[in-house]
Design a protein. Structure first.
Length: 138
């Protein structure tokens, strides 16, 4: 598939396998190269050795939460953009997402996810190619 998103790797971290599969499939169908992980520590090990450009992470997970993921990325691989996602049954999910945003997440999205909003958020984290930004220069 020749897509404008190819070679734009995205890692998705979510301990809910149904939601993880949904997001990975959505991103792949949109043309992104997407890999999914149910454990944040494994995802970060993968990211350190890859060309990942964006991480989409759930906020509440058993081994590391989304705030810890964000902190690790900021300290070790700060060129990677982080999108935080959450859907809390206690109604506090949006509050924690706003905390994640204030700590430096590039984007935050509440579950249930709007597929178009997620794809748009991921796209915003990739720089425009030089050819497209100079296409109208005479």
């Amino acid at each position: 598939m020749n897509s404008p998103h190819m070679n734009r790797p995205v890692v998705v971290i979510d301990d809910n396998t149904t939601h993880l599969d949904f997001v990975v499939t959505l991103l792949r169908r949109a043309g992104f190269t997407a890999e999914g992980f149910t454990r944040a520590k494994r995802a970060l090990e993968y990211v350190r050795g890859s060309e990942t450009a964006v991480i989409v992470t759930d906020l509440f997970m058993p081994d590391m939460d989304g705030i810890e993921v964000l902190r690790c990325v900021q300290q070790e691989i700060p060129h990677i953009g982080v999108i935080g996602i959450s859907g809390s049954q206690w109604g506090a999910g949006n509050y924690y997402l706003s905390v994640l945003r204030s700590l430096g997440a590039a984007e935050i999205i509440a579950k249930p996810l709007d597929p178009a909003a997620l794809i748009a958020a991921v796209e915003r984290l990739f720089p425009q190619s030089a050819s497209s930004s100079c296409a109208n220069v005479a």
